[in-house]
Design a protein around this ligand. Structure first.
Ligand SMILES: Nc1nc2c(ncn2[C@@H]2O[C@H](COP(=O)(O)OP(=O)(O)OP(=O)(O)O)[C@@H](O)[C@H]2O)c(=O)[nH]1
Ligand SMILES: [Mg+2]
Length: 218
């Protein structure tokens, strides 16, 4: 069954929205804390957005690019490096949340099970969570492990938006193909926001669009 929603690429926001985004993200950004259990979450006192996705998809790099900091969120070549839910305060008005990657096979099973449980509780039970950006590697498209998370968000009625990462690594033809694949996969998900954002943390594509989307959504 499909929802019949036509999925499109995000349009460039108008100048006012771009400026709102630029201002929000050029202000102070601070690491608040890394959380390993639901009891450690900071008070749900301001809107937040989080970045979810398979291990190594580029979550931490995207947060660094958005905030224009080289090393705010740890980005590394070692998959599974981000093992905590990391909270960053954007000024005094928003939280940005860097999630542990899912689908990382080489960590001990018990550890994986623990992260997955935390990730699921957080995604399903955080009142101030406005939108989940689900990052998808533009070279790979949506995979089975992504589907599990997307279904969880459908069940929890948490709105999510797909952000394709690393578009600097693919050709125009590959771009068209992955967009079609993602559009097809999203048709099955009621919680999907109907616009896809293409990004490169390396080259800057889509970064100002994403800043504007975050700054104007809440
Ligand atoms: N070419 C290119 N490489 C990128 C981009 N974004 C991330 N990378 C690389 O991809 C690798 C993983 O990036 P991270 O940002 O650490 O990925 P992550 O999703 O936070 O990974 P975990 O925390 O382990 O789940 C790093 O080597 C990054 O330099 C991009 O836009 N373009
Ligand atoms: Mg990370």
């Amino acid at each position: 069954m499909t929802t019949g929603v036509p999925f499109t690429l995000a349009e460039t926001p108008d100048n006012a929205a771009l400026e709102t985004g630029r201002l929000l993200f050029c202000g102070p950004v601070e690491f608040v804390k890394g959380v390993v259990a639901m009891s450690g979450l900071p008070p749900a006192d301001r809107p937040e957005v989080c970045f979810a996705g398979r291990s190594n998809v580029g979550k931490s790099s995207l947060i660094n690019a958005l905030t224009n900091r080289k090393n705010l969120a740890r980005a590394s070549n070692t998959p599974g490096r981000t093992q905590e839910i990391n909270f960053f305060a954007l000024g005094e008005t928003h939280y940005l949340v860097d999630l542990p990657g899912y689908g990382y096979a080489e960590a001990p099973l018990a550890v994986v099970a623990k992260w997955q449980a935390l990730l699921k509780s957080y995604l399903a039970g955080r009142a101030s969570l406005r939108r989940v950006f689900v990052l998808v590697d533009s070279r790979h498209g949506i995979k089975d492990v992504d589907e599990e998370i997307l279904k969880l968000m459908d069940r929890s009625a948490v709105a999510f938006q797909v952000v394709l990462t690393k578009v600097d690594k693919i050709s125009l033809a590959q771009k068209e193909a992955v967009i079609e694949q993602v559009k097809g996969a999203l048709g099955k998900h009621v919680a999907a926001y109907p616009e896809i954002i293409l990004t490169s943390s390396e080259k800057g594509d889509g970064i100002e669009v994403l800043r504007a989307v975050i700054a104007t959504m809440m």
